[in-house]
Write a protein that binds this ligand. Structure first.
Ligand code: SAH
Length: 386
């Protein structure tokens, strides 16, 4: 028996290979053994390969839906929960949801995007979002975020090309763990997801966006993708839909995004717009959105190359939440709104809603049982966890 067989195994989840090698060295395990263990966990999907051992929360529910681009899969992992407040209510687990979304790209190559959760529930309180109705239960650890990738890749058996933080939760409410997870997921010796294939989506916490501005100026982080859920044409509507807007309004958001655009060398920032009939779909709304987008629409000159446009608007048809006061937009309403925006010179992407019937679409994450646990107050006034 060698020393690597002898020791208590270590979990490399949320570690880079280098970090894992260092942790193993502390226990007297050589780097060769450590690297092999790491590769077996990440590349071959072996959960226990001395000196590495991971525990991945089991998949307790799984839904599939056929879409024109392929099979969309939602899976629910059950995390252990030692929160006694919950235990006395007879609830001793946390469920989180992830969605694997197939996409056929321009080259007609099929890719898969994994939509990950960063929290159980969410504290942001957006009125149109299913997850928000739960309140925040807790934030996920980096290990729990990476375990969603591991489950998609090695339990579902699907190669993941892109990762978007658009599942349950507000990633900027949990930025330390989100950064740690991304550091691990981009390690070439492990999951090997390119930084440019990872996108953080936010309601627009300006304090968190400032931290991202610092982070993208460090080595290897420059190409991190960013998305902002704008969802409104003006502060009046945004205050109503997204309580956080009362703290950081659309002007403040525009300012920080312009700064980010500079440090990111003109890379596009995705602007998400959930189209809700009777709320944000009027023609004057299209004009206001176009006006707000103006600073991002100019081409930039970076590194001597013309990079094109810094902003891209994604129109997402509203997917009604349970007991929704609003209906879904009709096809005609979506087309009409897209038309107005294009007339204003905005680049618009129409995002098809996937997995509507399985409740797998963005913003639909939140299961019936866990929604009942709405006891954590909204914390939109909380500072970012730095
Ligand atoms: N908190 C982050 C990430 C989670 S939401 C954020 O807000 O960006 C991911 C996306 O789904 C956001 O763009 C959000 O606006 C959108 N969304 C939320 N509820 C939705 C719904 N009911 N129908 C369609 N999109 C929704």
């Amino acid at each position: 028996m060698t020393i690597a067989d002898d020791i208590n195994p270590i979990s490399p989840l949320a570690m880079t290979r280098e970090q894992f090698v260092a942790a193993c060295a502390q226990l007297g395990v050589g780097s060769g053994r450590a690297k092999t263990g790491y590769a077996k966990v990440y590349r071959q999907g072996i959960a226990h390969a001395q000196p590495a051992k991971i525990t991945v929360p089991p998949i307790v529910k799984r839904l599939e839906e056929q879409t024109p681009e392929g099979l969309t899969i939602k899976f629910v992992q059950r995390l252990p929960n030692d929160n006694h407040q919950l235990a006395h209510k007879g609830i001793d687990f946390d469920d989180i949801e992830s969605v694997i979304i197939p996409m056929i790209g321009r080259s007609t190559r099929k890719t898969h995007t994994l939509c990950v959760s960063s929290q159980v529930g969410c504290a942001m309180g957006c009125g149109f979002c299913e997850t928000a109705q739960m309140g925040l239960i807790r934030s996920l650890t980096a290990e729990e975020i990476v375990a969603q990738w591991w489950a998609a890749k090695h339990i579902e058996g699907i190669h993941i090309d892109n990762i978007v933080f658009m599942g349950m939760g507000e990633p900027l409410d949990n930025l330390d763990e989100v950064f740690r997870a991304i550091e691990c997921l981009t390690d070439r010796a492990g999951a090997a997801i390119p930084m440019s294939a990872i996108t953080i989506s936010t309601v627009g916490r300006v304090d968190g966006l400032r931290r991202i501005k610092q982070q993208v100026q460090t080595h290897g982080w420059r190409k991190l993708g960013l998305a902002l859920s704008l969802n409104a044409p003006n502060d009046q509507v945004r205050d109503e839909l997204m309580p956080l807007n009362k703290k950081w309004n659309m002007q403040g958001l525009q300012d920080i995004l312009v700064e980010l655009r500079e440090v990111r060398g003109g890379r596009k920032i995705m602007i998400e717009y959930v189209l809700i009939p009777g709320v944000n779909n009027a023609s004057e709304h299209a004009a206001q959105v176009a006006e707000w987008m103006k600073p991002f629409m100019k081409g930039t000159i970076a590194a001597g190359k013309k990079r094109g446009h810094g902003g891209l608007l994604n129109i997402i048809p509203y997917n009604p939440i349970r007991n929704s006061p609003w209906p879904a937009p009709t096809e005609a309403q979506v087309e009409e709104f897209v038309g107005w925006l294009m007339n204003h010179g905005i680049f618009v992407n129409r995002r098809r809603t996937k997995g509507r019937s399985t409740m797998a679409a963005c913003g639909q994450l939140g299961t019936e049982e866990i929604r009942k646990r709405n006891f954590v107050p909204l914390t939109t006034n909380q500072e970012c966890n730095d």
